[in-house]
Design a protein around this ligand. Structure first.
Ligand code: ZN
Length: 384
């Protein structure tokens, strides 16, 4: 479950703006110009940092900067996270004496049955290919003696102080049962319990830090092929990784013409792909397109995918949410089982994906036919 955040945060985006235009920036808005003189252009690109709400900011600027989004739409670099154990005396068993250490282990070193580290930090670091990182600090236990502890239960008491100390987000960690996972999308607070796995912890913190929504709100969703659909600790899909800033657009080939062969570099391997290979293929552009990528059990995280090979999924809408802080893609998995060499998938629009072979850790797929682009699909918002 996600709760929409009501408070503004810093946001940044590369924007185009006429140099001569009168600017209605406040002192609290900082502006960093990028290369305007060097490019000799009357227009320039720069990043704006504002502490104001994006909608309020745009209004004051005469509705310029439609594309302005929060900086935290991506998770790049180290995020400072607070983990606050919350104990409910009337509802929980006695808190373990080493609870703080248990949480620290979950963050930094959490060996599974095979002795492989599946800690939160290793998950984020591995699935982001080293681009995202975190530093977790476990704060003293807090008692909140009510059955339902809202995700922002400690906001009034802690949030401003934590922000002042440089924290990017905070999580309430509890002792209850499964299903506690919750977060403010593009906000500050997450909530989960000790029995929930690294997939839930990572999903909730991703909601908070990036505003990226749940993918399970549609049927036939990506399931175990994207942690933002399953919360089961697998790699996010190539589409999600692009949105989070973990995979460059250059790693994804765009298929526009007729028959073409591609060598796919398995998503779970270190990126970017070597020369001559692509991590994924996007078929078509615009609001509705197909994505093709190879998935194999190459590490402890993607060891949890249900089948190996090439998957095809359809992005019905890359972002159905008008809120600039939130990204809510509508994605359907079109190959419930990954395609093995020799298998063929044909989409409703006539695109054929044929897996022609496999090497040790690569898949080759063949795409046929061009894909008609359809636009204007705006499915209704579903709370989740
Ligand atoms: Zn979620």
């Amino acid at each position: 479950m996600i709760v929409k955040n009501v408070w503004p945060l810093i946001f940044k985006e590369n924007v185009q703006h006429d140099w001569s235009q009168n600017e209605n920036l406040r002192e609290s808005d900082a502006k960093i110009s990028l290369w305007p003189r060097l490019l000799g252009s009357s227009r320039l690109s720069y990043r704006i940092v504002s502490h104001r709400r994006p909608d309020e900011f745009r209004r004051s600027m005469g509705y310029q900067y439609e594309r302005v989004r929060r900086e935290n739409m991506s998770w790049i670099g180290k995020k400072k996270l607070a983990f606050i154990p919350v104990y409910r005396p009337s509802y929980d068993p006695a808190p373990p004496p080493d609870w703080a250490q248990q949480i620290a282990r979950r963050i930094y070193f959490d060996p599974d049955a095979l002795g492989v580290d599946v800690s939160l930090r290793n998950y984020i670091y591995t699935t982001s290919y080293g681009r995202a990182d975190l530093e977790g600090q476990v704060l003293p236990m807090v008692e909140v003696n009510q059955q339902d502890v809202p995700v922002d239960a400690l906001a009034g008491q802690y949030e401003q102080s934590l922000r002042n100390q440089g924290f990017d987000a905070a999580a309430i960690v509890m002792l209850g049962g499964f299903g506690a996972g919750s977060a403010q999308a593009a906000g500050f607070w997450a909530r989960f319990v000790m029995v929930e796995g690294v997939g839930v912890w990572a999903m909730e913190l991703t909601h908070v830090l990036t505003g990226y929504w749940d993918l399970y709100i549609v049927t036939e969703n990506l399931g175990s092929f994207d942690n933002m659909a399953c919360a089961c600790g697998t790699h996010p899909s190539a589409f999600t990784k692009q949105k989070l800033g973990w995979l460059d657009a250059s790693a994804v080939a765009t298929h526009m013409g007729q028959t073409q062969s591609y060598d796919l570099h398995t998503l779970g391997l270190v990126q970017p792909p070597p020369t001559g290979r692509s991590t994924a293929v996007q078929v078509g552009t615009g609001g509705n397109f197909l994505m093709v990528e190879a998935r194999q059990k190459v590490d402890r995280f993607d060891a949890r995918i249900p089948s190996e090979g090439v998957i095809v999924y359809e992005v019905l809408n890359p972002d159905a949410d008008p809120d600039p802080n939130v990204t809510q893609p509508l994605i359907k998995l079109r190959t419930p089982a990954a395609l093995a060499p020799g298998q063929v998938f044909t989409s409703s629009s006539g695109v054929t994906v044929q897996v022609t072979g496999a090497l040790a850790h690569e898949q080759t797929s063949l795409l046929r036919n061009s894909y008609p682009t359809s636009r204007g699909r705006t499915p209704r918002r579903t709370p989740g």
